[in-house]
Ligand binder design. Structure first.
Ligand code: NAP
Length: 247
């Protein structure tokens, strides 16, 4: 239980990758704050799955794009657990369209949730982590940050921004024993990718050497590794978990 006694906040943990990350961290002994935005029932389900590992869970609704809500969320975490050791910036949305048709509100929504949300959460977690001289910040980017993807200029820009954010922050706070890394998932089977037609899926799989879509647990395993003591000398990195798609 290498995360025994640690406290993690996972944003967007009601479903998909965030839920799997919350469960994986709990499985290694961490108490978990389960953040969500709209799906209270799903977040409670995640919390129950976390508690099955004998650790505590705290469900918190907050829109990560809203600084005040993030501040209040961090206060709740600190009030209950007195510490925050691991922050996983996972909350994310897509609003896909080709640039010619992409509306400003869809640009803003994606940047504000995926990129600005990470800024709000990392900033709120920083002070207690600096004080403790221990911390892990894990940002969930995407392989499209590295490759680009038609119809996703907003999303790819946000996810590429997260990589620059990761490397810069890693340099800022490395001396305080806080690591900052990003994970770039490929195509993972979650609500976010359910719109793929069977034809699209078959086409996509041709570019994945491992021949399958990823599972949320594939990303969770990488996150749990980065959160652990064993990854203490890894910072500023982007771990690509994509079945070999973007090598
Ligand atoms: P998902 O199944 O759609 O789940 C998204 C999660 O984010 C939900 O828990 C949702 O909460 C939460 N969320 C959305 N907006 C939020 C906000 N403003 N504040 C707080 N929480 C918010 O997505 P997923 O596939 O698990 O994706 C998780 C992360 O991985 C995202 O950052 C995504 O961009 C990234 N990613 C996914 C893939 C993929 O193929 N699936 C690939 C690369 C990267 P509610 O349930 O309350 O709405």
């Amino acid at each position: 239980m290498d995360l025994g006694g640690r406290v993690a906040l996972v944003t967007g943990a009601s479903r998909g990758i965030g839920r799997a990350v919350a469960i994986a961290l709990a499985g290694r002994g961490a108490h978990v704050a389960v953040n969500y935005n709209g799906n209270a029932g799903a977040a409670e389900e995640t919390a129950s799955l976390v508690r099955e590992h004998g650790v505590e869970a705290l469900v918190i609704r907050a829109d990560v794009a809203d600084q005040e809500q993030v501040g209040a969320m961090m206060q709740q975490v600190l009030q209950k657990f007195k510490r925050i050791d691991i922050l996983v910036n996972n909350a994310g949305i897509t609003r896909d369209n080709i640039l010619a048709l992409l509306q400003e509100q869809d640009w803003d929504a994606v940047i504000n949730t995926n990129l600005k949300g990470a800024y709000h959460c990392a900033k709120a977690a920083l002070r207690p982590m600096l004080k403790a001289r221990w911390g892990r910040i894990i940002n969930i980017s995407s392989v499209v940050a590295l490759t680009g993807n038609p119809g996703q200029t907003n999303y790819a820009a946000a996810k590429a921004g997260l990589i620059g954010f990761t490397k810069s922050l890693a340099r800022e706070i490395g001396s305080r024993n806080i690591t900052v890394n990003a994970i770039a998932p490929g195509y993972i089977a979650t609500d976010m990718t359910t719109n793929l037609t069977e034809e699209n899926k078959a086409q996509l799989l041709k570019s994945v050497p491992l021949g399958r879509l990823g599972a949320p647990e594939d990303i969770a395993a990488a996150a749990a590794f980065l959160a652990g003591e064993g990854a203490g000398y890894i910072t500023g990195q982007v771990i690509v978990v994509d079945g070999g798609m973007a090598m």
